[in-house]
Every structure is written in C-alpha cells, then in structure tokens.
Design a protein around this ligand. Structure first.
Ligand code: 3DU
Length: 258
C-alpha cells in the first residue's frame, strides 16, 4: 500500500527522473499493445510512472491491457488511467473499481462534475482502495482558456478547481507545462504534499525546466518519447535537461500523510 506521491518520489530518487511516460502509441490497433509494452521495458528504469489514454484503453480495455499492466506493476511503476473521468458518482466508482482492481494505481478526473454525487464518491472509493485521483485543473491545449480559464464570480475556473483539489483532498492536479504563471498560482493553493503533473512538454511547446522551476513535480511526456527513434535516449535527454542525470533529484520533501 503506497500513497501515489510517496511512490513517485521514491521512483524519482531511484531513476533520477521526473518523467511520467504517456504511452500514447499510435499505428495499427493490433500492434499497439506490444509496442507500448516494449516501450515501457525500454525506458522503465529512467521514468517514474506510466500513463495510458484512449490510444490503448479504447482498443484493448482493461482486460486486454493485462500484459502492459503487469509490465508496469513488475517494474514498480504506478499506472495512471487518463480518462478525464467526468460522470455521476456511481459511474465514476464503477470505472475506478474496474481500473483499481486490475492493476491501475491512479486515474485522472474532471472536477467540473462537482463534489456531491460526483467526485466525492470517486475519492471515497479511491481512498478505500488506497489509489490515487488527480484532478484536471488547467489543460495544455490552446482552447483551455475557453473552459478552465473562464472567469466565474470574478476569478478563473482553474483557481476554483485548485482550491477544490486542496479541500477535497485529491492526490494532485494536472496543470499545463506551458502556463507557468498558472503553475505558480496553483502551487500556492495546493498543500505541499499534493502533486502537480504537467503535460505539454515538447510536442505542445512546453519547456521541461521552466515547468519544474515554476512548481510542477512531474512532467507527462508522450510524443517526444513515443515517436522518437530511440525512446530511452529521448527520456535520458529530458532527465539530463532537468539536471537529474543520476539519482536523488531535488524533489521537494513532502509530508507522507495525505
Ligand atoms: O503532447 P504529448 O504527446 O506529450 O502527450 C501528452 C499526453 O497528456 C496525452 O496523453 C494527452 O492526452 C495528455 N494530456 C494533455 O496533453 C493535456 C492535458 O491537460 C491533460 C492530458
């Protein structure tokens, strides 16, 4: 039984990395599972976790992904389901139970659905199962400002979502690596043990060092690694860029009691 934050920190110390691999393998559906599993094997010692999205979840589903799930479990890498879950509590709980009882360690959900009969049930289930829930606070695509940046009651929605992440006690927040001021703002709202995971590095234009300097804990990286001719080299280049070419990165110490 490990808290997600503790687990990532421990992996980060071992691997000298802040990278969560987004295993977004494309191409023919039937070859994606093997490709993703090989990819994880190639980089497993130099990353902290693996995230899967519709690229794999849709064609394979939880049962079909068993090989990849086992590879991540065996490698000691937390596996995150990026479903951006956004439904009523009962449906959220059903999804969480399926994922969590089949080798997934955390999922990403949308706080937009609200607490009562929405995120509350999901968080309760994840606590009982000792699993992680990360909430979307500010996304990395250009249109994010139309939704997450919308002013409600005089303040942007993402700020409200950051406060909810704090008061609801989620494990952390997704905040775009490209929005440094927003990372800083969210960091100042969250409890120090709550994580900021930042996508958008590389392909979407985000800068790894700037995001970490602004307060991100870990970077979610997909295409810059997945589409590289040498994924391990690509991961190592990112690790080096962050000054973590060896173990013991300067990950902020966190209280272990969430
Ligand atoms: O741009 P990349 O190829 O490095 O992939 C980023 C991954 O993170 C991908 O799975 C995408 O769906 C996910 N993601 C975002 O890009 C932006 C978010 O705000 C949340 C998740």
């Amino acid at each position: 039984m490990k808290l997600l934050g503790d687990w990532l920190r421990s992996n980060s110390r071992k691997s000298g990395s802040r990278i969560i691999l987004a295993a977004d393998v494309g191409g023919p559906l039937e070859s994606r599972l093997d490709a993703a599993t090989s990819l994880v094997s190639a980089v497993r010692e130099r990353i902290v976790a693996v995230k899967v999205n519709w690229h794999l979840l849709l064609p394979y589903g939880v049962l079909g992904l068993r090989k990849l799930i086992e590879r991540c479990n065996d490698a000691g890498l937390p596996l995150i389901a990026d479903m951006k879950l956004n439904d009523i509590g009962a449906t959220n709980v059903e999804a969480a139970e399926t994922l969590f009882s089949n080798g997934f360690d955390a999922l990403i959900a949308n706080p937009f659905v609200g607490y009562k009969e929405g995120i509350e049930d999901l968080l309760a289930k994840s606590r009982v199962m000792h699993k992680g829930v990360i909430l979307l606070v500010y996304m990395s695509h250009a249109g994010a400002r139309e939704g997450y940046g919308l002013k409600v009651g005089g303040e942007p929605l993402y700020l409200g979502f950051a406060r909810k992440t704090r008061s609801w006690g989620a494990d952390g927040a997704v905040v775009s690596s490209k929005s440094l001021a927003i990372i800083r703002e969210v960091r100042s709202v969250l409890r120090k043990e709550q994580l900021i995971l930042s996508p958008g590095v590389g392909f979407q234009g985000g800068d790894a060092r700037n995001a970490i300097a602004a307060g991100s804990d870990y970077l979610i990286v997909g295409r810059s690694v997945v589409e590289s001719k040498d994924p391990l080299k690509a991961v190592e280049a990112l690790n080096r860029e962050l000054g973590n070419s060896g173990p013991s990165p300067a990950v902020r110490e966190r209280r272990s009691s969430l």
